[in-house]
Design a protein around this ligand. Structure first.
Ligand SMILES: [Zn+2]
Length: 332
């Protein structure tokens, strides 16, 4: 079976059925096994609180050297079992995450939460459903829809190209349970609140608040780098940052980069305000994105803080264009 067909057949199966049944054809013969790239190297998890850990990825982009490991899968140890937040870019990374969790706790992995539909946050699902075919994989419905409607295939291709095929063998594995934000999930001694504040990094970002530990997993709604805003919203991110800070957490664990205190919410808010509010202002004055760029770069926050973030030089122009497009769309 060609890889494309494999993915198509995996995608054609409804969410409830994606599991061992869906995976069996992949392992039906030795030929199929040859698809699978070698295992991911081990990354030590970072402990934030007694319950909350994450795997810090140091590179901002996928590469053959990092095997497409460039975001932070996380996990929460509850008295009932382990809840994983985002699973990495491949089955190999998912397997590594499982391996490392087993070194920290003997509790079973019972639930996975995908914060959104970008490939580095859900492609590792495959490893978890292989480990436990009954595992609950939670996301927003829009995450499932996006993965099904071409997003899944796009991300497999993206990761394969950028990692020199280090994710070979990864089968797109859909979440099988949906939340919309506002839910409270109890896992024995641990309370998880699921938040979905606004269209921020995507239209369906989930924030996972671990109430007892005053810690929130933010997915990609905040980061100290200039990355992917193509699916997002500047005003929505500003609103989300205000609400994320109002949770009053001590720790915010990010999809990319080291965890932080509430200051991360301030920084991301300031970053989006500097770009968006200036884009609106200069748009009214008739400036093009190209003409706005040096003026925005001259703002103190941009000069002193954001300019040090990875991707600033290469991506800021694109961010300003996106802000102008969003400002235009909101005007008419
Ligand atoms: Zn993302």
């Amino acid at each position: 079976m060609k890889r494309r067909d494999l993915l198509k057949s995996a995608l054609g199966i409804s969410a409830g059925l994606v599991g061992m049944t869906a995976l069996k054809p992949l392992y039906a013969s030795a030929d199929d096994m040859a698809f699978k790239a070698e295992p991911m190297f081990d990354v030590e998890p970072t402990k934030v609180t007694d319950r909350c850990y994450y795997f810090l990825a140091t590179d901002p982009e996928p590469s053959p050297e990092n095997k497409a490991f460039f975001n932070n899968p996380g996990f929460i140890i509850t008295s009932e079992g382990v809840v994983v937040v985002d699973t990495g870019s491949s089955v190999q990374i998912g397997e590594m995450v499982i391996r490392q969790i087993k070194k920290v706790t003997d509790k079973p992995i019972i639930t996975v939460i995908n914060t959104h539909y970008h490939g580095d946050h859900f492609l590792g699902n495959h490893a978890f459903i292989e480990e436990n075919p009954k595992i609950e994989i939670i996301s927003h419905q829009a995450t499932i829809d996006n993965i099904k409607n071409g997003g899944g295939e796009f991300w497999v291709g993206f990761m394969q190209r950028n990692s020199n095929n280090a994710i070979s063998g990864t089968v797109i594995t859909l979440p099988n349970k949906t939340v919309a934000g506002g839910e409270t999930l109890k896992f024995g001694d641990t309370t998880l609140k699921i938040h979905q504040f606004a269209k921020a990094h995507t239209e369906c970002d989930l924030i996972v608040e671990v109430v007892e530990d005053k810690t929130a997993f933010l997915g990609d709604v905040a980061m100290r780098r200039v990355a992917n805003m193509a699916d997002g919203s500047f005003p929505g991110t500003i609103e989300t940052m205000k609400k994320a800070k109002a949770l009053g957490c001590s720790n915010y664990i990010l999809g990319h980069g080291p965890h932080d205190g509430p200051a991360i919410c301030d920084d991301m808010q300031a970053f989006c305000e500097n770009i968006y509010l200036n884009a609106v202002k200069y748009y009214d004055e008739g400036l093009s994105p190209f003409e706005m760029k040096p003026k925005i770069m001259d703002e103190p926050f941009m000069k002193n803080v954001a300019s040090k973030w990875p991707g600033y030089d290469s991506t800021l122009g694109n961010f300003i264009s996106l802000a102008v497009m969003e400002a235009e769309a909101n005007m008419f």
